[in-house]
Design a protein around this ligand. Sequence first.
Ligand code: FAD
Length: 208
Amino acid sequence: MANKKLIVIGGGAAGFFCAVNAARMNPELEIFILEKSNKLLSKVGVSGGGRCNVTHACYDIQEIIKKYPRGGSFVKKAFHQFFTTDTINWFEERGVKLKTEKDGRMFPVTDSSQTIINCLLSEAQQYGVKILMKTEVKTIVKEDDWFKLELSNGELLTSDFICIASGGYPKTSMFEWLTKLGHSVEEPVPSLFTFNLCRTYLSIPLLN
Ligand SMILES: Cc1cc2nc3c(=O)[nH]c(=O)nc-3n(C[C@H](O)[C@H](O)[C@H](O)COP(=O)(O)OP(=O)(O)OC[C@H]3O[C@@H](n4cnc5c(N)ncnc54)[C@H](O)[C@@H]3O)c2cc1C
């Protein structure tokens, strides 16, 4: 009998973390990551100013949820499954040591987000996660006990399980392919973004 398949939509931090853990825990599962762009883990690269603020040295769930004004109760459940110590241990078991700064932020000792990217990529390779780049999912149709995915190039894929880790979109309309599945989506609000600044020199003529 053919192995069951999991398709993870999105090659960012969430997609990779889901794919590599699912692969390690379910060796019989065939796992694909579909990424619409030609880059993997690009936001991890810029996170924490290029150093990747992996987690925060707070070990109390009641305390940390106060820092999530829009979703404290939502993240609480997730933190009961996987919290700060789990994150520290997960990376340490894979050779990535974290350090704590005075304000509690935790970074890899290398001070480079590339360390985190390399860790996730090598984990994916070790567990045979297949990665398809420039592969955008346009629609998902739920059949009885499987899913049909239509890609932007018209190709059709089928999967037993899917994980949607497509990150955020700036407009509500961009979530339509997911609301069609019956999911509700919170109105997006701007949060973190990068500024590219360049210095401009003005030449002002001197007047007598
Ligand atoms: C400047 C900046 C600094 C940050 N610093 C930190 C930090 O220090 N620490 C921290 O924890 N967080 C930080 N963050 C936030 C963190 O980077 C994000 O929360 C995290 O990377 C989001 O990961 P994700 O996998 O959910 O989404 P994303 O990284 O957005 O990944 C989603 C992926 O899905 C792909 N995709 C979307 N739609 C489709 C589709 N239909 N088909 C196929 N692929 C699709 C996208 O191309 C993308 O690659 C920072 C963010 C920014 C912008």
